[in-house]
Write a protein that binds this ligand. Structure first.
Ligand code: NAP
Length: 316
């Protein structure tokens, strides 16, 4: 049984995740957490959720609060607080503004629930995950970000549509930055268990077009309806289910790696990762030469921004 706390529950992604996750029987308590001054809203949200759970027949307890003590006893904490990306902004533009918010909450989680698993959603998510890990003081296997999990799901959907198969027949991964430098791992892409290059239709797959579609998917949705909610929300819910039910899945999320390609100081970036009830454990894999090159570029993009962010955060 688990207590799941959503920091940023007043936001669109946070409130959707709270609702989506409550359907899992292992989630015994849901804590809706927000900033001071929002108590009335959180109270209303909690009551609305309780009505929903009663109608659904879900037995999840709901609590809410703005005091850091509410975080105690959490098994999983999802951090969605932050300013959302505007249509004309890159995720990296957001870094400085959101890093200050993430630092403050990471320190709080480190004080109140250091043994929980902290999942970072705030963008730019790879930078924010490194910030959360550093300032929470938590163990690296207890802090991770949504990373390219959603991007991988988006590519999966494109390939399922192209090959006209059920999405469960497609296995693929996008690694690297959740952003423009993301790297599709075609070497790890299979359709019905068959490596994509061994399929007769492989040459016709519009790979560049598909990756562009994945990269621009968030912007497209933001331009159309203002924000992305259900895609990230259900991707996060899947991660929580994987943890609370100890499903031991291999997903592509942003975790700290200290491989040669990154350097000993380590950064958080998406690679195939074992996700368990005990935490997350990145898995070293073979990559094709062009994938290594593109992944190294992604590492540099993240390192560059992270350096600037740390230089400002550490001043205070
Ligand atoms: P939203 O609806 O605007 O919600 C923002 C949340 O952050 C609210 O709870 C808000 O609290 C809180 N917040 C804003 N400024 C704050 C501050 N200075 N201090 C403390 N809390 C603050 O945004 P959203 O659509 O839920 O998105 C939330 C974050 O998730 C954004 O950073 C967005 O880019 C990111 N995101 C990431 C992915 C991904 O794939 N990684 C996907 C979607 C969204 P108040 O209600 O008190 O203002």
């Amino acid at each position: 049984m688990a207590k799941v706390t959503i920091i940023g529950a007043t936001g669109q992604v946070g409130s959707y995740v709270a609702h989506a996750v409550s359907q899992f029987p292992h989630v015994q308590e849901m804590c809706l957490f927000g900033r001071v001054g929002n108590e009335k809203y959180l109270d209303g949200l909690a009551h609305d959720m309780m009505d929903s759970f009663a109608a659904r027949g879900t037995n999840t307890r709901v609590s809410f609060g703005t005091n850091e003590k509410e975080l105690r006893g959490s098994d999983i904490i999802v951090l969605t607080s932050g300013v959302p990306r505007k249509a004309d902004q890159t995720r990296l533009d957001l870094a400085l503004e959101n890093a200050k918010i993430v630092k403050q909450y990471a320190e709080m989680v480190g004080r109140m629930a250091p043994d929980s698993i902290l999942i970072v959603i705030t963008n730019p998510v790879d930078i924010m995950t490194s910030v959360a890990l550093k300032y929470s003081g938590m163990m690296p296997h207890r802090v991770f970000g949504l990373g390219t999990h959603l991007d991988s799901m988006r590519l999966k959907a494109c390939l399922a549509e192209f090959f006209n198969v059920h999405v469960s027949e497609v296995h693929t991964r996008i690694i690297g930055e959740h952003g423009d430098s993301m790297v599709p791992m075609w070497s790890a892409t299979t359709i019905g268990g068959i490596q994509i290059d061994n399929l007769l239709g492989a040459a016709k797959v519009p790979r560049e077009e598909m990756i562009e579609r994945v990269k621009n998917s968030g912007t497209y949705i933001i331009q159309s309806k203002g924000s992305t909610v259900y895609g990230p929300g259900d991707a996060i819910a899947t991660l929580i289910k994987t943890i609370v039910e100890d499903e031991n899945r291999m997903l592509t999320v942003s975790t700290q790696i200290r491989w040669d390609i990154v350097g000993q100081e380590g950064i958080c970036i998406s690679v195939p990762t074992r996700v368990t009830r005990g935490g997350v454990f990145p898995i070293a894999v073979w990559m094709a030469d062009d994938e290594v090159k593109a992944f190294s570029n992604s590492v540099e993009v993240i390192k560059d921004v992270l350096k600037k962010v740390y230089s400002i955060l550490d001043k205070k």
